[in-house]
Write a protein that binds this ligand. Sequence first.
Ligand code: KMH
Ligand code: ZN
Length: 291
Amino acid sequence: MTDSSAAAPGPSAGPPAAANLITVAPTGAESEKSAVPALPVTLDEVVTTAKECRAAGAAVIHVHIRDDDARPTLDVGRLTETVHALREATDLIVQLSTGGAVTDSFERRLAVLDAAPGACSLTCGTVNFGDEVFSNPWPFIRELYARTQERGVVPEFELFDLGHVATLHRLLDDLGAPHGGHVHCDLVMGVPGGMPGSPATLTAAVAALPAGATWSATGVGRTSLPVMFAALAAGGHLRVGMEDTVSFARGRAVTGNAELVERAAMLAGLAQRPAMTPDQARAMLGVRDQH
Ligand code: KMH
Ligand code: ZN
């Protein structure tokens, strides 16, 4: 028997590790500033957290904004100002939420695209949302998607439930590929009323995604860590931030978004999936905005 150890691939051989896309969702529409003082709500606070999160490893920022009273708003002037300020201060991909708050009208949610973001979220179905309903009927989804194609905005398909994956297939069959040509999804797990934040559910959802799609996952609240570990193990990307969790650990409040991004980047690094830069994310997602 010959010794083939010199030529045989060792344990470190194989394709290079795929980099990990980290999206930060710093604010959301649900938490109140009075209850969560570390929540970034003013433009200055959002820009500061964006810079800190970029330094910690984020490549995309998922943006909800607030008004002067820290209430959620979809005011197009404020959204436009926020897009410009974030582009000025960072090279992050700016992804505006078209989900808004559960109280926002379809008309205002469609008008988010008037702020000319490079990317936006696009939820693929209605879901119970705690005591509320996050409403996304088919005609609205279709209209929003068609407008992203017309305006050259890259959508991220938000999937809160397995049925949303079926709607994503229907959308792609009906209207074709998104602007940029690449399908990227975000599994939003653990919302009360949506799919649970468990590894088994994540595996089922990923198996149902369109061929060639990339995906991130985020676990709301206490499902944050299990979903993060499951996503890394399954080759997915990560979304973290105070939109989805305001507890860093049991009994310990999040002090700022950057510590959530730092933890995600550290875990991704341990998984041999170093955080990708915004320009690497642009190449993967097909975003061709100017920053
Ligand atoms: N705030 C939720 C009702 C999105 O940003 O696109 C919807 C949401 C989804 O956060
Ligand atoms: Zn959101």
